[in-house]
Write a protein that binds this ligand. Structure first.
Ligand code: GUN
Length: 306
């Protein structure tokens, strides 16, 4: 699978004029760094970092994401503890499990895979996670910390985007950034993080007028609209940096279903200076940042050693 992704990425690198922001390779480098760090902990006689993952119901995309997260933990030296719960479980029962995990010393991170079944209260469940174990950065205490520029756990996808931009040394100061999407998971936090790096940020959404014109203003365009290939080549300012957060499965006759994003890649790569592919762009970076957040949480919970 990874070889396939690499082949796709390499082909795209040579075809388009824009440079590919290679999330697969960058995430691999981050995993290696974290693995080395964790080996250092073990050589000092410390335990492995531990991550609890809660998956509720049978959403097929969530099952794939969780499988990837568990596999990435294994590759890195993080012990994952997967809790698969029936879709008919009640909020109170989930809260009871979270409380148990909150108390466990060997659990540094707790991740509740979203979306939850509609019968459950997402807000109540996310608020139940101890803020210092909230490796998804979705507890209001961590959201508040992000907003006020304080240290704290930050959501994985926006952190992954910022890390990718930093590792490719893409300057942000004074740049016009346009974010399409206003979700708590991506749109709002990435806007704050870009602002923190001194970009001038505009947040667009489904009710924004003249979305194409707004997008064309962007030096940095982040698309988290959740709509397949909505951003065309003509929406992109020549030389812009394009970050595609979307992931959709294309229907195909062979039933395999090619993956694509919110950006029409074949057009956009001709106009952009840098662009993330789908797959192999933002997705692997999200997982890498989950690992990084878990290690960060581990270190902050063992202050006598760090
Ligand atoms: N579902 C889609 N993306 C995410 C994510 O970053 N975290 C969680 N918990 N669920 C998701």
């Amino acid at each position: 699978m990874e070889q396939e992704v690499n082949a796709v990425t390499q082909a795209q690198t040579t075809l388009g004029s824009g440079t590919i922001l290679d999330g697969t390779e960058t995430a691999r480098a981050i995993r290696e760094e974290l693995k080395g760090e964790i080996e250092g902990f073990l050589s000092r006689g410390l335990r492995h970092p531990g991550l609890a993952v809660i998956l509720i119901g049978t959403n097929p995309a969530s099952q794939v994401y969780v499988k990837n997260k568990v596999l990435a933990c294994k590759k890195t030296g993080i012990e994952s503890h997967l809790h698969q719960l029936d879709e008919n479980i009640e909020t109170n029962q989930v809260l009871k499990l979270i409380e148990e995990l909150n108390q466990k010393d060997d659990i540094d991170g707790i991740l509740v895979q979203l979306p939850l079944p509609a019968t459950l209260s997402t807000d109540t469940i996310l608020e139940a996670v101890r803020p210092d174990k909230d490796v998804d950065g979705l507890h209001t205490q961590n959201v508040g910390r992000l907003l006020s520029g304080k240290k704290g756990l930050r959501p994985c996808t926006p952190r992954g985007i910022m890390e990718l931009l930093a590792r490719y040394e893409i300057p942000l100061e004074g740049k016009a950034a346009v974010v399409i999407g206003r979700s708590n998971l991506v749109g709002k936090p990435i806007s704050i993080m870009l602002l923190e790096k001194h970009a001038t940020v505009k947040i667009c959404h489904s009710r924004t007028k003249d979305l194409d014109r707004q997008a064309r203003d962007a030096d940095i365009l982040v698309v988290a609209a959740g709509r397949k290939e909505i951003v065309k080549g003509s929406w992109i300012k020549p030389g812009a940096v394009v970050i595609d957060v979307g992931i959709h499965k294309e229907e195909s006759d062979d039933g395999k279903g090619r993956l694509c994003g919110d950006v029409l890649f074949s057009e956009a790569r001709e106009v952009a200076s840098y662009i993330t592919p789908v797959p192999g762009g933002v997705g692997p970076m999200t997982v890498a940042m989950l690992l990084s957040n878990t290690v960060e949480s581990y270190k902050s919970r063992l202050p006598q050693f760090f």
